[in-house]
Write a protein that binds this ligand. Structure first.
Ligand SMILES: [Zn+2]
Length: 162
């Protein structure tokens, strides 16, 4: 499993916060992280502990989203209606395990989006995982979690509370 940030987010503050969170997730929890820059807006990313790739938005969209049944199941709406245009993928974060399993569907953080947005924004997702991966995800089977489970409902792994 790894976490992937489709960069660059529209707003530099979001971009910086996501990179910082990814760095913390990698350092504190040993989860691999990567950045795929499909729309470069800001400075070169140096001194990042994961891989940084540059790819075309259309290539990434076709590879990761088109016909992806996991996404249809996990994000309620179909990827094609959620990401109408290739460029919309920039600024989002994905959970990747042999393909994209989950991706954020709102930009930035929950501020301004209204109730329930924390489940869908990339920044809130990364902050939760940085605090403790089991807030959002079972690292053993890559199942998305609500955050209050003691055991993973899919594989039965005990979820650490640290
Ligand atoms: Zn599990």
């Amino acid at each position: 499993m790894k976490l992937r940030y489709y960069a660059d987010a529209e707003i530099e503050e979001w971009h910086d916060r996501m990179i910082q969170s990814l760095e913390k997730i990698n350092t504190d929890h040993g989860i691999p992280v990567e950045i795929v820059r499909i729309d470069v807006r800001f400075d070169p990313i140096t001194d990042f502990s994961g891989e940084v790739h540059h790819q075309a938005a259309a290539t990434v969209y076709e590879r990761d989203f088109i016909g992806n049944g996991h996404l249809t199941a996990n994000i309620d709406r179909t990827p094609t209606s959620e990401f109408q245009r290739d460029i919309d993928v920039a600024g989002h974060v994905a959970v990747v395990d042999n393909g994209v399993k989950w991706v954020s569907t709102l930009q930035g953080d929950a501020y301004g989006h209204g109730p329930g947005a924390e489940d869908q924004t990339p920044i809130d997702f990364l902050l939760d995982v940085a605090e403790s991966p089991s807030n959002r995800i079972c690292v053993d089977c890559v199942e998305l979690l609500d955050g209050d489970e003691k055991f993973c409902p899919i594989c039965g792994s005990e979820l650490s509370q640290n």
